[in-house]
Design a protein around this ligand. Structure first.
Ligand code: PDD
Length: 288
């Protein structure tokens, strides 16, 4: 039994598709022992992957950052995403791809001999936000960002993110908004956006945040909607005084954050900039 996952779900492991309850890896896999691996998450709508090029570019960057040789080429990854999505029983699914350095005797340094990376993939159904959930919006608390200094790598070492998310759940909210030394970074598994005086603002793309695939997309949608966009450091005061706050990620898409630390954001309702960006996002999905 795997909690929360039907045992007959199909997954991919090292070249083969199989039932999730039959997929096994070695206890010496460096992903298991050290968190020595990377992942990516691609949303798929009725069999059509969304912004897959951006996800596969980021996967390559993550592999390069860990100096893991790509286990397959670009076309191979694109096929894998499509094949996993085809095995997903629901129309909307999240395709998860993970690569670890592989299996070797436990030693912190990379193994001297070249080893085969472990490649894992699965597709799990997700429920895109509904008009009702978007009207309700999301809630969050602010916390200090206590993660490491390479948040730009989509690493499977996610303890900081896991503990941050658990803090949100125990506070009865959906997400955290993290600050490092008083400057906005991101959520536990999402990017955070500020709207102030009609301008869309986000922290710079540096080592302190993961550059979401929706980061570039929102900048594009803002331009199309005539909303000025600026990437710069954002203080806690600016975030608390925002007219609107937005949250983006593969599964959250783009959503309004309407309550922060128990206080309404702006007038507590989804704002006009959110509405324009959301319309653009919906149009992109419809055009797939
Ligand atoms: N997380 N920042 C962090 C720390 C994230 O984990 C994510 C996504 C994002 C948004 O990235 P994107 O727009 O590419 O989804 C930002 C994924 C969904 C996850 O870990 O499941």
């Amino acid at each position: 039994m795997i909690a929360g996952m039907p045992g007959d779900s199909q997954v991919y492991l090292n070249g083969e598709f199989m039932r999730v309850d039959e997929a096994k890896i070695s206890v010496l896999d460096r992903g298991f022992i050290f968190g020595d691996g990377i992942y990516d998450v691609v949303p798929v709508y009725q069999g059509k992957p969304f912004r897959v090029d951006g996800h596969l570019d980021r996967l390559q960057r993550s592999l390069a950052a860990l100096r893991i040789a790509p286990p397959m080429d670009r076309a191979g990854w694109a096929d894998l995403v499509r094949e996993l999505a085809a095995r997903c029983p629901e129309p909307y699914c999240i395709v998860y791809l993970q690569v670890t350095r592989g299996v070797a005797r436990r030693d912190h340094g990379f193994p001297a001999a070249s080893i085969a990376p472990t490649v894992f993939g699965m597709a799990t159904p997700f429920t895109p936000p509904t008009p009702e959930s978007l009207a309700r919006g999301m809630t969050a608390i602010t916390i200090a960002d206590e993660r490491w200094l390479h948040c730009e790598i989509k690493s499977i070492s996610l303890l900081g993110n896991v503990l941050a998310k658990q803090q949100a759940l125990e506070a009865g909210v959906d997400e955290v908004v993290q600050f490092r030394d008083g400057w906005l970074t991101e959520g536990s598994s999402s990017n955070i956006w500020v709207v102030s005086g009609g301008t869309l603002l986000a922290p710079p793309r540096d080592n302190l945040i993961l550059e979401g695939i929706r980061y570039g997309l929102l900048a594009e949608l803002a331009q199309e909607a005539g909303v000025p966009f600026e990437a710069r450091r954002l203080s806690r005061q600016e975030v608390l005084a925002a007219d609107e706050l937005l949250v983006t990620s593969a599964a959250r898409e783009v959503q309004p954050l309407l309550m922060l630390d128990g206080k309404p954001v702006g007038d507590g309702k989804p704002g006009p900039v959110f509405a324009r960006l959301r319309a653009g996002y919906d149009a992109r999905i419809a055009a797939l």
